[in-house]
Write a protein that binds this ligand. Structure first.
Ligand code: 4AZ
Length: 398
């Protein structure tokens, strides 16, 4: 008995030593004493220290308190560490250090996966190829599931400088539909300060293989959106996007357009649709979700929403309501402008723009969405794309 106890104690002590000396197993190495563990493989050596966003990497040993195995790494060169798809490094963001990919793809990445999006016109979605996706859902988290851009390839992330502003939806290769209230300066918005990302899985990470980055060349806020009234009526805006060489979105597994339903098309009460965004994931929580999330919500009748939950003044005919099962899933701050898409015949149609709601995931306070099907003519007028607003992919009644 004594002998078994001794063996157990010895095993515990060994385990304790092992775990305390290496808090993050991912970055430890036993073989190196004075060398930098990051330079173990010839393959990973390079002298690039600038990220895809143009930021300079910090020296790895700055983080040696958190990652003791970096203590001998007195350089700031990008390295392929962990399961990352390409070399990366830490950069300083305010008081934090965050990881960012560098502008050097891995050698072994095949051209088919690394080739940058091209301007080949056959690689752009049209009104007849919208709404398709490769489903790819992963682990469940509070109030919805973590999503991937493959599941929501129309999802756009709008940034002002370095700061995340709102979600949006790609409805044509050069056009994003979003909420007017995302641009509080209305017509006076300085659009050159903004950028739009498609194919983005995480707000704080850059994945150059999946992402496409754009500037805004034109912002159209609905003429009747009233900033003073704060009533969210006509909470709709269009962004025209173009990358640094003037190209619009290229169709990939991570970037696709959502279809627009026909003018004034309705869906039955109780129909399940999906919302997606990078917004808050807990009521009262202060952190934005770093990762794209999606949730299922059910459409609520206009009558119930105007009489039971809100008033007719608050929810007008340019809006509709939806809520998760048991009120547990909902959009929240930061999700604004993002999509509410509904599936018909394996094709995803954009019915709503995340707009407002009293608090988040609160009983009897559903989320309120801009009714996209009231705006087909407005969208067509401003984009000049009547084919995209005709709803031609929508299943016809027999
Ligand atoms: C917001 O502030 C917001 N629960 C969006 C949606 C909802 C609440 C707030 C709905 O962007």
């Amino acid at each position: 008995m004594k002998c078994i106890l001794r063996i157990l104690l010895l095993a515990c002590a060994l385990y304790f030593i092992e775990t305390t000396k290496s808090p993050r197993r991912e970055y430890t190495s036993t073989k190196v004493k004075d060398n930098c563990i990051l330079d173990g493989s010839e393959e990973s050596k390079n002298e690039v220290s600038v990220t895809v966003r143009g930021r300079t990497c910090v020296s790895w040993n700055i983080l040696s308190r958190k990652y003791p195995s970096f203590r001998n790494c007195n350089h700031n060169y990008c390295r392929s560490l962990g399961n990352k798809i390409q070399p990366w490094c830490f950069v300083r963001k305010g008081n934090y250090y965050v990881r960012e990919y560098c502008d050097i793809p891995l050698k072994e990445m095949k051209p088919t996966t690394t080739s940058p999006p091209t301007s080949d016109p056959t690689k752009q979605d049209t009104e007849s190829t919208c709404g398709e996706r490769r489903l790819n859902r992963i682990t469940k988290i509070i109030g919805g599931s973590r999503s991937t851009v493959e599941s929501q390839p129309w999802m756009a992330a709008i940034f002002k400088g370095e700061g995340f502003v709102c979600g949006g939806t790609l409805i044509a290769p050069c056009w994003i539909l979003t909420a007017a209230h995302c641009f509080p300066d209305g017509k006076r918005t300085r659009i050159m300060k903004y950028s739009v990302y498609l194919g983005k899985n995480a707000i704080n990470e850059t994945d150059t293989v999946k992402e496409q980055q754009f500037n805004i060349s034109k912002l159209v806020v609905h003429e009747d959106y009233n900033y003073k009234a704060e009533d969210f009526n006509n909470d709709i805006a269009l962004l025209k996007i173009a990358d640094s060489s003037g190209q619009c979105a290229v169709r990939t597994d991570y970037v696709r357009t959502a279809c627009l339903p026909p003018f004034q098309q309705m869906l039955p009460t109780g129909f399940y649709c999906e919302i997606a965004g990078y917004g808050r994931h807990q009521k009262g929580g202060f952190k934005y979700s770093r990762y794209l999330k999606q949730a299922q919500v059910r459409l609520i009748s206009q009558n119930a929403c105007q009489k039971k939950y809100y008033s007719k003044d608050e929810v007008n005919e340019n809006m509709f309501c939806a809520a998760g099962r048991e009120w547990e899933e909902d959009a929240c701050q930061g999700d604004s402008g993002g999509p509410l898409v509904c599936e018909l015949n394996n094709t995803m149609f954009l019915f709503g723009i995340i707009s407002w709601g009293k608090e988040c995931a609160k009983k009897f306070n559903p989320g309120v969405y801009t009714k996209v099907t009231n705006y087909n003519n407005w969208i067509s007028q401003h984009t000049g794309l009547p084919k995209y607003t005709a709803g031609s992919r929508y299943p016809q009644k027999d």
